[in-house]
Design a protein around this ligand. Structure first.
Ligand code: TYC
Length: 101
């Protein structure tokens, strides 16, 4: 390696970009039973009864609730899995994956 290369290497800071995080949001609706929402939160997001109930009630009262913050592919896969469980049961239950600000 020449002296120039060494100098260049020192000047170029290796930029390791942190991968963007995504949040999975639970969206309220008027039709999905509360117990069903909690069941889905437990099944897909491995939440306990209490945490699931809290997240469900937050969406119920405020419109949406953050379920989890994680990598993009995981967020998208889980949001779809959870939404599909609602669909299969005939409910309009919706989970979305959105980038964190
Ligand atoms: N609002 C629904 C009801 O009263 C319960 C519910 C809560 C549905 C949260 C969706 O994301 C949701 N049965």
């Amino acid at each position: 390696m020449s002296d120039n290369d060494v100098a260049a290497k020192r000047l170029t800071k290796p930029k390791l970009e942190r991968p963007k995080l995504y949040k999975v949001l639970l969206v309220n609706d008027d039709f999905t039973p509360r117990e069903f929402v909690v069941m889905v939160l437990k099944a897909v997001f491995r939440m306990g009864e209490e945490a699931g109930y809290r997240v469900m009630m937050t969406a119920h009262k405020l419109g949406t609730s953050v379920v989890v913050v994680c990598a993009k592919d995981v967020a998208e896969t889980k949001a779809k899995e959870a939404t599909d469980l609602g669909k299969e049961a005939g409910f309009p239950l919706l989970f979305t994956a959105e980038p964190e600000e």
